[in-house]
Design a protein around this ligand. Structure first.
Ligand SMILES: [Zn+2]
Length: 120
């Protein structure tokens, strides 16, 4: 997809809506690999120069999300990617798998989630 100011706005709008539903603070969104490389190295450590390979990357510790707009084939996958990354933010202890995918489907279906509380 072509990144212009309309699309940036649209993505931020969706991030705002889903962040509210998932009870998370809105992450900082990076839209290009250049923006990833411009971030401090500590933030993007581990997935910095490899970020271009993915549709999205969550840097959970620093509340930063990369949405790889250039790689996005269509709006549906864009929406999926936004929800996928925000589910990482809301459920930081969960890795990919059946449970994770179920939460992504619920997120896309409009579910809301209570704030994350750390277990002791
Ligand atoms: Zn993921």
């Amino acid at each position: 997809m072509k990144l212009d100011s309309d699309l940036r706005f649209k993505i931020l709008e969706k991030v705002g809506i889903y962040s509210a539903r998932f009870s998370i603070s809105e992450p900082k969104i990076l839209f290009t690999t250049k923006e990833v490389l411009d971030m401090p190295k500590e933030v993007t450590e581990g997935r910095r120069t490899s970020a271009y390979k993915y549709l999205g990357v969550s840097y959970i510790q620093d509340n930063v999300v990369f949405i790889n707009v250039r790689k996005m084939p269509d709006e549906k996958i864009l929406e999926n990617t936004i929800v996928h990354e925000l589910i990482h933010m809301r459920f930081p202890y969960l890795s990919h798998g059946r449970k994770f995918n179920k939460l992504v489907r619920r997120g896309l279906a409009g579910w809301t989630f209570k704030p994350y509380t750390k277990r002791h």
